[in-house]
Design a protein around this ligand. Structure first.
Ligand code: ZN
Length: 112
């Protein structure tokens, strides 16, 4: 996941450092897959091991959370709801997914 994150940071810079942290479970009854929040001047993505056991699912999750990092920034991270997914969110999410799965992004990511 760290390679995929660095690939996204290089290709779609969000202007601030992003870190990943793994935790066994996340949220009430462990129902959250991941959470993105401010961490100093950067962003922190917390990933649930339970909800991201499969590689394909973890990829989808990290892309989703990175798009939040890209759209929010530290200041907005504390103002917006986790469920904030406007059309611009979907556009970038799709662009990254398509690049990863259909345009060699998975191989590009392996270089990071
Ligand atoms: Zn989201």
């Amino acid at each position: 996941m760290a390679q995929v994150l660095r690939w996204m940071e290089a290709t779609w810079p969000c202007g601030r450092p992003v870190r990943i942290r793994w935790t066994p479970t996340l949220g009430p009854k462990g129902k959250y897959s991941a959470q993105t929040q401010r961490s100093g001047t950067g962003m922190l993505i917390t990933m649930s091991r339970r909800r991201n056991r499969l590689y394909e699912i973890a990829i989808d999750t990290i892309i989703h959370e990175y798009v939040h990092c890209h759209q929010w920034g530290p200041a907005r991270a504390e103002l917006l709801q986790p469920d904030d997914h406007p059309p611009a969110f979907g556009a970038l999410y799709w662009e990254i997914l398509d690049r990863f799965h259909h345009q060699g992004g998975d191989e590009e990511a392996s270089e990071y």
